[in-house]
Design a binder for this molecule. Structure first.
Ligand code: ADP
Length: 350
């Protein structure tokens, strides 16, 4: 506005100056050529007319400029009112003088950002309700089974020595599944809420791989699987949260045990790279079809639901593994071929 006013004054001054100059020019011409003195009055009249015309012309230009700016301002105010009422379809034309154009641009940017935020929130909400639906479904299955077995026992099966122990055993197995599911749920919500703190330290990966393999060996042998640890004896230091990585490695070995038929092989080990170490778990089990590979790290995603449930899977193991590896700034990789086997691996910094 200030700039506008200043230029307005300059224009009046220019108009007066031009008028006065024309007057003096005509006056000089008249004196030089000894023209009639009566023309002086006409010169004055001409210069005054030109000055006034210029003044009115400038004023006209200024008024139309002001009207245009006012129109743009009204459009902006109107748009802001619509935005504050929740209408995000507003798109302002980015025209007008300096500041107004800038305001229109910023308003469009704010609307764009708001749209992005809202679609992110909607996606989060969808994921949250999907997760809740999955959780309720997963909890319902073992609870119903436990209820069913207990009900049958109460209704008389308790006195039937042929089935009572079996029913009790089954009810117990389902309660174990419920327990595993709750533990995984607590774990995943702790990770996702950021409650789980990582504690990074250097540790010896060869000793670590060997010790996790020893822990898992009884479970593998129970299913007649060969668990081979390629850990070596040389000390190789890596940076990470040892306890969390123990959870990752046992989970991957546990999956290999679950999805490899008796007589198969599981190999766990690491290979050294210039600046990192690649830890892997390999099996010659069922393998995973290509179409599933992208999704197996999603919560509750299973290739074969019945198989997973029958081996005590919760569908959350790989989601937890992925979170932990990502907290180490790493990425969990999988190579798998249906019917041939799978290899899961991740990198740790040396
Ligand atoms: P689950 O508790 O069902 O094992 P996970 O999140 O650990 O859940 O794994 C997701 C799915 O990925 C499993 O249900 C299974 O179909 C597949 N999967 C994981 N590891 C292996 C493996 N080593 N071999 C074959 N399939 C696997």
């Amino acid at each position: 506005m200030n700039r506008f006013f200043r230029s307005y004054r300059v224009r009046i001054a220019v108009a007066v100056l031009v008028g006065v100059s024309i007057y003096f020019l005509l006056f000089a011409v008249e004196s030089a050529f000894h023209l009639r003195a009566s023309l002086v009055a006409n010169h004055l009249f001409t210069s005054a007319t030109i000055g006034a015309l210029l003044f009115f012309l400038f004023e006209e230009v200024l008024v139309s400029f002001r009207v245009r700016q006012l129109k743009i301002l009204n459009t902006i105010v109107d748009a802001l009112q619509r935005i504050s009422a929740g209408d995000l379809s507003v798109q302002l034309p980015e025209t007008g003088a300096g500041e107004l154009k800038h305001i229109s641009k910023l308003t469009n940017q704010i609307v764009g950002n708001l749209k992005d935020d809202i679609s992110k929130l909607e996606k989060l909400e969808r994921v949250r309700s999907e997760f809740l639906a999955n959780v309720s479904h997963e909890l319902r299955t073992p609870i119903f089974s436990i209820q069913g077995f207990i009900e049958t026992l109460i209704d008389g099966a308790m006195d039937d020595p042929k089935v009572n122990r079996d029913f009790l055993q089954k009810a117990y197995e389902h309660s174990e599944r419920l327990n595993a599911l709750l533990n995984d749920l607590i774990e995943i919500s702790r990770i996702e809420s950021g409650e789980m703190r990582m504690s990074f330290r250097y540790f010896n990966i060869s000793e670590f791989v060997g010790s996790v393999a020893e822990e898992m060996r009884p479970k593998a042998e129970k299913k007649s699987l060969r668990l081979i640890a390629r850990s070596g004896t040389e000390e190789v230091l890596v940076l990470g949260d040892r306890e969390r990585l123990r959870q990752v490695l046992s989970n991957l070995i546990d999956n290999s045990i679950k999805y490899t038929d008796g007589g198969g092989d599981i190999e766990v080990g690491f290979t050294e790279l210039p600046e990192s170490v690649r830890v892997y778990v390999k099996d010659n089990g069922s393998g995973i079809g290509k179409e599933h590979l992208e999704r197996i790290f999603e919560r509750f995603y299973r290739v074969d639901k019945d198989r997973s449930r029958s081996v005590g899977g919760t569908g959350l193991g790989l989601a937890i593994v992925k979170h932990i590896i990502e907290a180490h700034n790493g990425k969990i990789e999988v190579n798998s071929e249906l019917g041939k086997g799978s290899e899961f691996s991740f990198l740790l910094k040396k």
